[in-house]
Structure formats: structure tokens, C-alpha cells
Write a protein that binds this ligand. Structure first.
Ligand SMILES: [Fe+2]
Ligand SMILES: [Fe+2]
Length: 280
């Protein structure tokens, strides 16, 4: 099914051959069919991913604000157009995640409480962190999401345990994260962002965001009246092991002084998705 393309694609010699930043609208026509335990039929993994999804809308608004603050200082018009498409993609992701998050109400999740908590936490980051550090945090979180996107495609035996509607949703989001993964980084470099602030902000961001993620996930698991079985715990550990190895290696690359997001090769996954029925 072809996705709506409400905005033009941004192209640039900064992007690998065949890659553009194309904002696409996700159509949730099958949201009603998504079961509560949509990831491998496993309650733990599904709650963890749902907690991540709750953090995404305020997180993406934080990214947009941090990039907007510096966009006037982009030194070339091409980067300006990539920023435009990046902002449009993130805004469309927020809309689709809001729709998914709202659907969790029918499983008894206190969505309003969790959203309000996530909003408060990330708003405080926007209020108290220096602007350059906010941009550096965005650079890191864009890399983190790109590593998640990479493993979605590189470990298909895990991804394919998702309900088909959720796999379509996460693949769409992953593709766009890969397309725009270097935009915040290139802007950060153009405005004079250095290595030390980049790595310091990455460590600070991990420490800061671990708390709301953990708290939301724990509350969701605790509020779920269904029993978590030992079998589920074992399965969650196995999935984690398959995904975290490659993801941690890619996260480690971020701490090299010569890091650039496109040094992690994702062009193959983008080309495959573009050629698929979803990406056509
Ligand atoms: Fe996104
Ligand atoms: Fe992103």
C-alpha cells in the first residue's frame, strides 16, 4: 500500500546514493487488530516497547525544538532543506505514535498519567539543559534510534515475531529514522559542536532518560493483571540478547572521535524497503 507523501523529499549530496528524506504519512487502518502482547506474544517486551512509544512524542518535540533553535545557523541551503524534511518526519511520527499510545487505553493502561509524566520530564530537560547540550542530546538520541532501526532490519527473526500491523509501523518509523539520521549531527558540527560535549551529553542523556523509561515500563507491568510467567521472562532475555549485542556495538561507535552516522551502513535496508510493497 502506497503511503501518502504530504511533503516533498529532501535530497542532498550529503546522503548516500539512492537515499532521500521523504516524509510519509502512516495510515493506521489496522490499529484495532493489534493485540495487547503484540511483540512475540510476550507481555514484558510489549510493555517495554510501549513505554518507549510513550516517550517518543515528547522526545521528538524536544528534537525538533533543539534543531529549530540552530537552523538559522546552517551554513548551506541543502542542510536547511534536510532540516525541513527531518522536522516534518518527526512531526508525522509523533502523530502516529499518539494514535498508537491512545489505543493502549483499551488494555487498561493509564495512558494519560504516563504521557503527562513523560511530558513533564522532557519539558524539564528543555528548560534546564543549555541549548548546545540539547542539540548534542538530540544527536545522540538520533543515533540511538538509528541503531534500533538498524537491528529491526538486521535481526529479522526477532522483528518478525511482531504483530504484522506493528511490524509495518516500526519499519516505517525505522526507515525514516535511518533517512534523517545525520541531520542533527551535521547541524551540530556546523554550529561548532565538539567531541567532548557530544560524548558528555550522550552519557548524561542515558542517565537522565533511564529513569522515566524504567518507571513507565514498571508501572505498566505492575498494572497488568495478567501473570508474567518464567517462560516469558526467559523469552524476553533471549530476544534482548539477540538485539542488544549488535546494538551496543553500534552505540559504542558513537564514542569514537571520527564518528559520523553514515559510517554505520544502512543503505541496503533502505533500498530493500523502498523496493517493497510498503515503501513503493
Ligand atoms: Fe521519529
Ligand atoms: Fe529521528
Amino acid at each position: 500500500m502506497t503511503m501518502q507523501r504530504p511533503f516533498p523529499a529532501a535530497t542532498s549530496s550529503r546522503l548516500p546514493d539512492g537515499v532521500t528524506i521523504q516524509p510519509r504519512e502512516f495510515d493506521w487502518h489496522d490499529l484495532e487488530s493489534v493485540p495487547q502482547y503484540w511483540f512475540a506474544g510476550n507481555a514484558i517486551i510489549s510493555h517495554l516497547e510501549n513505554a518507549f512509544s510513550i516517550l517518543i512524542p515528547p522526545g521528538e518535540r524536544f528534537f525538533i525544538r533543539s534543531v529549530r533553535h540552530y537552523e538559522d545557523r546552517a551554513k548551506d541551503p541543502e542542510l536547511g532543506d534536510l532540516i525541513r524534511a527531518f522536522i516534518q518526519q518527526e512531526a508525522l511520527h509523533t502523530r502516529a505514535h499518539n494514535q498508537f499510545n491512545a489505543s493502549l487505553r483499551k488494555f487498561g493502561v493509564d495512558v494519560d498519567q504516563e504521557i503527562a509524566y513523560a511530558e513533564r520530564f522532557i519539558t524539564a530537560m528543555g528548560k534546564y539543559l543549555p541549548k548546545k547540550m540539547q542539540l548534542a542530546a538530540t544527536v545522540f538520541l538520533e543515533h540511538l534510534t538509528a541503531t534500533g532501526a538498524h537491528v529491526l532490519f538486521s535481526v529479522p527473526e526477532v522483528a518478525e515475531t511482531m504483530h504484522p500491523a506493528m511490524l509495518r509501523f516500526w519499519r516505517w518509523h525505522a526507515v525514516e529514522e535511518l533517512e534523517h539520521k545525520s541531520v542533527a549531527f551535521d547541524l551540530y558540527q556546523q554550529v561548532g559542536g565538539g567531541y567532548l560535549l557530544r560524548v558528555f551529553s550522550a552519557i548524561a542523556t542515558i542517565l537522565l532518560l533511564a529513569r522515566p523509561f524504567d518507571k513507565i515500563a514498571r508501572r505498566m507491568i505492575k498494572a497488568d493483571p495478567n501473570q508474567i510467567t518464567d517462560e516469558m521472562r526467559q523469552q524476553a532475555r533471549e530476544i534482548n540478547r539477540k538485539v542488544m549485542g549488535p546494538q551496543l556495538r553500534m552505540i559504542g561507535q558513537y564514542f569514537k572521535p571520527g564518528f559520523h552516522p553514515w559510517k554505520c551502513k544502512d543503505e541496503k535496508y533502505l533500498a530493500e524497503w523502498y523496493a517493497s510493497a510498503e515503501g513503493a
